[in-house]
Design a protein around this ligand. Structure first.
Ligand SMILES: Cc1cc2nc3c(=O)[nH]c(=O)nc-3n(C[C@H](O)[C@H](O)[C@H](O)COP(=O)(O)OP(=O)(O)OC[C@H]3O[C@@H](n4cnc5c(N)ncnc54)[C@H](O)[C@@H]3O)c2cc1C
Length: 382
């Protein structure tokens, strides 16, 4: 696939200008990579999934995966920007003609950032169908009240997708009924009843708590059908899992490259440490694990692009890739010995960043639960 090689080379060229020191300083200051995100947007990579008719590149998830993988593999943190790639899919598939015209072209041009996705709540956690933030229709507005947690990049986004309850739990027709999805305009939102509180976290992911107090959303900002918002969000979630799987493959390859080079050049007992199989075998082993996970990421992305069902593959891709990246990070740290602990070598930062992906956007247990029930047909556990 020649065009994939070209995409990878172009992304690598951009990343070269934002070295590991750039990401280290952002991490130390909990700062946002504004310049990097602007460049990756203006180069068209962040809008790669937006159809050409709206000014995007009209590419598929396979290409989007290559882009995120390269950013990770360069030592960068695509978590700062990745959300736009999957959230725009909900607008594309469920938006009205007016919404698509209004938002997609502006996102493709980089005039509008859709970097935020408001689903998780403190009391519901993984159990999304139990969320309690309400959106009550009054005239031509929905009035939103409630709380969200871990909502990333909300301070670096112009619009956000929000999931809220429009029908009470007692009145819903099924577990997933009664939730609706909205496009929230964040411009001046803090003067209109939205309070944003950043969370002090172990990684630089710009996550916040949100408090809605009689916050108004115009009725035309409902995305998809009222009460059917769960499927609007789920559509984005399969893409999200595959893309994050690709980021993890990039992390794993970053760690393997570093470990391999260091094992070949670090001399202890008058020979390179990689000459000891106790050092080289763990690296070779996680290389095999990573290559296998990469095949699953590619399979999931290919199915997604063909419009075929891919929930099982998307979940497995994220799970296997996140396990491989963590294992690769741990192996890399061990290979570097004491130097791995030093921030100067960047390994500890990448290790913290890649650890997230066994928890979010969906935890390993919940993936295993999905596979047990929906793929293997075992009894439902919750
Ligand atoms: C840095 C960061 C960024 C995030 N960004 C966003 C964002 O932008 N938007 C957004 O909406 N959300 C975001 N999230 C939230 C994320 O999706 C959730 O943290 C994740 O879904 C897990 O939910 P929870 O933290 O409430 O864990 P809980 O649901 O409380 O679960 C805690 C643990 O218990 C396990 N568990 C729970 N129930 C079961 C069960 N039935 N069987 C077995 N194990 C179970 C889970 O696997 C998990 O390990 C982010 C989270 C983090 C940490």
């Amino acid at each position: 696939m020649e065009h994939l090689t070209e995409i990878r080379e172009s992304v690598r060229a951009i990343c070269n200008a934002y070295g590991e020191q750039y990401w280290r300083e952002l991490d130390a200051n909990q700062a946002y990579p504004t310049e990097f995100v602007r460049e990756i947007t203006e180069s068209g990579f962040l809008g790669c999934l937006i159809p050409e008719v709206y000014g995007g590149a009209g590419l598929g998830l396979v290409e989007a995966c290559a882009i995120l993988e390269e950013i990770s593999c360069s030592g960068g943190h695509p978590g700062a920007a990745h959300a736009q790639m999957y959230t725009m899919g909900s607008v594309l598939r469920h938006g009205s003609a007016m919404q698509k015209d209004k938002y997609l072209s502006a996102i493709a041009k980089g005039e509008l950032r859709l970097q935020s996705f408001g689903v998780t709540e403190p009391s519901a956690g993984t159990d999304t169908t139990s969320i309690t933030t309400t959106a009550r229709l009054v005239g031509d507005r929905y009035i939103v009240n409630g709380q969200k947690v871990w909502i990333s990049r909300v301070q670096h986004s112009d619009i956000m997708l929000l999931l809220a309850r429009t029908r009470s739990i007692d009145e819903r027709n099924s577990k997933t009924d009664g939730l609706s999805c909205f496009i929230v305009d964040l411009m001046g939102a803090e003067e209109r009843g939205l309070t944003i509180q950043p969370i002090d976290a172990m990684i630089n992911h710009h996550s916040c708590e949100l408090f809605f107090d009689d916050f108004e959303i115009p009725v035309e900002n409902l995305l998809g059908q009222e009460h059917k918002g769960f499927s609007v969000i789920m559509d984005a979630m399969n893409a999200e899992r595959i893309l994050i799987g690709a980021e993890c493959i990039g992390d794993a390859r970053y760690f393997i490259n570093k470990a391999t080079a260091y094992a070949s050049e670090r001399i202890v007992f008058n020979r390179p440490i990689g000459q000891n199989q106790g050092v080289s075998f763990p690296i070779a082993s996680v290389y095999a694990q990573t290559e296998a996970a990469a095949l699953m990421v590619d399979k999931a992305a290919t199915l997604f692009d063909a419009g075929k069902p891919c929930a099982a593959e998307a979940n497995m891709a994220k799970m296997l890739a996140a396990a491989a990246s963590w294992q690769a990070g741990d192996t890399c740290l061990q290979t570097f010995g004491g130097f791995g602990i030093s921030r100067d070598y960047h390994i500890e930062r990448k290790l913290r960043e890649t650890r997230l992906y066994q928890i979010a956007p969906i935890s390993t247990n919940l993936i295993l639960s999905y596979l047990s029930e929906h793929v293997l047909g075992m009894p439902r556990s919750f």
